[in-house]
Design a binder for this molecule. Structure first.
Ligand SMILES: [Cu+2]
Length: 195
């Protein structure tokens, strides 16, 4: 699966990256490079990304993320189906022993829904992660430029694409399920009228 980046590759990437103020260790887990994309003034949602390395011998699982910057925080993934990139909530993210799991644009990510204020470039905010075995840790998320990387999430919520996607019954069903959540509905309505 492409969401599991090879440990060697990821470690090589991290070795050349400057140390992150917010890097954290929690038992056998190393959480690195937590960042979020800055959001435009009217955006009601944003994405946060990081990598988790499990240096232990037992698997662990990311169960939950939470932050004061948004009303709701969800674990999400992207699925490419034909030409359409779909975003959906997952209830957990496995971190196998000896592996690094990268949460990155276009793949697994932490979705911040119902932002209380825009995420401003150069600022940072705390994000609490809860793992099944290791417990809880708070990391510092650095907010980077809007264009830092291409966003599946932004594409997903592009109004033009949304209309196209809604022609797909599976997407429509997922969308209706999301819309039952008031925070998601607020985000959705705002994005559709904001452009
Ligand atoms: Cu998402």
């Amino acid at each position: 699966m492409k969401t599991f980046v090879g440990t060697a590759l990821t470690l090589a990437m991290l070795a050349t990256a400057p140390a992150w103020a917010g890097d954290a260790k929690l038992g056998a887990l190393e959480i690195k490079s937590a960042w979020a994309r800055a959001t435009p003034p009217k955006a009601a949602a944003g994405g946060a990304f990081l990598s988790v390395t499990n240096t232990g011998a037992a698997a662990d699982t990311l169960l939950r993320a939470s932050s004061d910057v948004a009303k709701t925080v969800e674990l999400h993934t992207h699925l490419q189906q034909g030409e359409v990139m779909r975003m959906m909530a997952v209830d957990k993210i496995e971190v196998p022993p000896g592996q690094t799991v990268a949460l990155a644009p276009g793949g697994l990510h932490i979705m911040l829904i119902g932002l209380k204020q825009p995420l401003a470039e150069g600022t940072s905010f705390p994000l609490e992660l809860t793992f099944a075995n290791a417990g809880k840790v708070t990391v510092t998320v650095d907010v980077k430029a809007i264009g830092a990387m291409n966003s599946g999430a932004a594409m997903m919520h592009d109004p033009a694409r949304h209309q196209q996607n809604m022609a797909d019954p599976a997407y429509k069903a997922m969308h209706e399920q999301h819309m039952a959540d008031p925070a998601h509905k607020a985000m959705h309505d705002q994005m559709m009228k904001g452009r």
